[in-house]
Write a protein that binds this ligand. Structure first.
Ligand code: NAG
Ligand code: NAG
Ligand code: NAG
Ligand code: NAG
Length: 479
């Protein structure tokens, strides 16, 4: 009897141990006027017990910060490099040496697990620009990894947009790759399968809702309630399940049965559109994280789903071609401060996540419209200019700063331009229409931000410079 109990407890602990508490990952992009210093990012991930990060490049300085942390890192090779990497194996080997192998040694090493070759290269918007190069580049990267003796530990893959497959107006079982890229997608999928590399797909219920007013809103979330999709005898109640199973059916039809599927990006923006706000983002994430914690998976693929949330912080320099929301995907603000309660463990707690600590800002000052500037039609061109270079997405319809008065509107734009120009005095002139103030113009809803002090990168250059100068002086004395 006692032995049975012990056995039961042992099993229980084994089950607990295999519970996927370490599965959750997060994306971190740096298309911001001043990205947070990676040292804060590392600390935020630790504080929030997030063990995986997905990057969009392989910046040496950034990646170096993850050495010795154990945090699993996915590096990215931007689409612009695909052409070179498709036909120049030496360049790929150089890349693997400098950006991968070298990191495995220093300070306990960086836990590099995946290399994302390109990002959503078959996006319809790219009109086929990367169709010829992405697969050869993928093969070269894995080949170079193998050659360096790293192929078993580090895998190359390609994050795809979920638009590489669809099921028309039917359920997931009708899923297949888009006809014009089907051949290449089948080849890539088979390669991934044979090399035990994962298939990575980005899934965005928000975008489905954004693109289609008639999209059933409950289907974007995880609480059921909507009509859902009936497919044979399976009832799908959320888009994530339906989408992942559509991919599984597409892979099956391609004769690919064992490839591991990872969700490379999934999230909800908090600004820049009427459906993008902290309330809906909170609802989405907490539903998603609870679902992930159950490890039920999808009807076709029970088990845990490996996911990278999109994204850790806002990026005020991203292209707004997809929409104004594009700069507001952060779970945290630009400065690493939390926006809404979120429980990464999936227990559904209403706690704020742990933000970045002791962040350094530039001076607490703002650039605003001069009080004596009464005729606003005279500042129109300045407003346009400020918004073309600064980030005015929070002023748009449905956003946090849309309710500002006309004057404050102008001030907001001036301030964004000023802050994103590192508070340079010349950036707060606008022909005399602007002034610098110490008064915080933020309202409860609308934040007039203060730019971050840029991180150690410049200091690294500075320190190197000082050290060089010093050595030169000493050498000079000696000679
Ligand atoms: C290493 O990665 C960085 C950033 O992604 C890139 O600029 C650099 O060219 C890479 N090095 C090589 C040798 O490819
Ligand atoms: C405001 O400025 C515009 C453009 O310079 C000018 O046409 C208009 O007459 C001015 N309005 C007033 C009330 O001064
Ligand atoms: C403020 O600026 C935004 C963006 O330029 C514009 O859509 C909005 O109508 C403006 N609001 C007012 C009160 O002028
Ligand atoms: C300005 O005010 C906002 C809203 O009260 C606050 O969140 C922000 O931290 C303030 N900024 C500074 C630099 O004090």
């Amino acid at each position: 009897m006692a032995r049975a109990m012990v056995l039961m407890w042992a099993c229980y602990y084994v089950l607990l141990a295999t519970k996927c508490v370490d599965c959750l990952g997060v994306n971190w992009g740096t298309q911001a006027s001043t990205p947070l210093d990676p040292k804060y990012i590392v600390q935020m991930l630790k504080d929030n017990k997030i063990k995986k990060v997905k990057l969009f490049d392989s910046d040496h300085w950034t990646v170096g910060h993850f050495a010795g942390t154990g945090i699993e890192v996915m590096l990215g090779i931007p689409n612009i490099n695909l052409k070179e990497f498709s036909n120049d194996f030496d360049a790929v080997e150089d890349y693997i040496k400098e950006n991968v192998s070298d990191h495995l040694r220093d300070h306990g090493g960086v836990n590099i697990k995946y290399i994302a070759v390109g990002n959503e290269p078959f996006l319809k918007a790219y009109k086929g620009a990367f169709e010829k190069t992405v697969f050869p580049a993928l093969k070269n990267v894995q080949k170079a990894l193998n050659k360096a003796g790293l192929g078993n530990k580090i895998k190359a893959t390609i994050p795809q947009n979920a638009d590489v497959y669809d099921s028309g107006t039917q359920g997931p079982s009708a899923g297949n790759f888009r006809p014009e890229i089907r051949d290449i997608m089948i080849k890539i999928s088979k390669f991934l399968d044979q090399n035990r590399c994962p298939f990575i797909v980005n899934i965005y219920p928000f975008l489905s809702l954004y693109e289609n007013e008639d999209f059933p809103i409950e289907f974007a979330f995880f609480e059921g309630g909507g009509k859902g999709v009936q497919d044979q005898n399976i009832q799908y109640t959320n888009m994530l399940d339906a989408n992942l199973d559509t991919l599984s059916y597409s892979l099956k039809k391609a004769g690919v049965h064992n490839v591991k599927i990872i969700v490379g990006e999934i999230g909800w923006p908090t600004n820049g559109h009427k459906q993008a706000n902290v309330k809906m983002a909170g609802k989405f994430y907490n539903g998603l994280l609870k679902k992930l914690a159950t490890e039920k998976g999808t009807p076709l693929n029970p088990g845990y789903i490996e996911v990278y949330l999109f994204s850790l912080t806002d990026e005020n320099k991203k292209s707004i071609e997809p929409g104004f929301f594009e700069r507001h995907w952060g779970i945290f603000r630009y400065d690493g401060q939390p926006k809404f309660p979120i429980d990464f463990s999936g227990d559904g707690g209403e706690k704020m996540p742990v933000g970045a600590k002791d962040v350094k800002y530039l001076s607490h000052q703002w650039c605003v419209l001069n009080d004596d500037m009464r005729n606003l039609s005279r500042v129109n061109s300045h407003l346009d200019y400020a918004c073309s270079l600064g980030d005015c997405t929070s002023l748009s319809y449905g956003s946090t700063c849309n309710k500002l008065s006309e004057r404050k509107n102008v001030s907001y734009a001036f301030n964004m331009y000023f802050q994103m120009s590192q508070q340079s005095v010349e950036a707060c002139d606008f022909n005399g229409a602007a002034k610098i103030t110490k008064k915080n113009y933020s309202t409860r809803e609308c934040l007039f931000p203060v730019e971050l002090m840029s991180g150690g990168r410049r200091n690294v250059v500075g320190v190197t410079f000082v050290v060089c100068l010093f050595s030169l002086l000493v050498l000079g004395k000696l000679v």
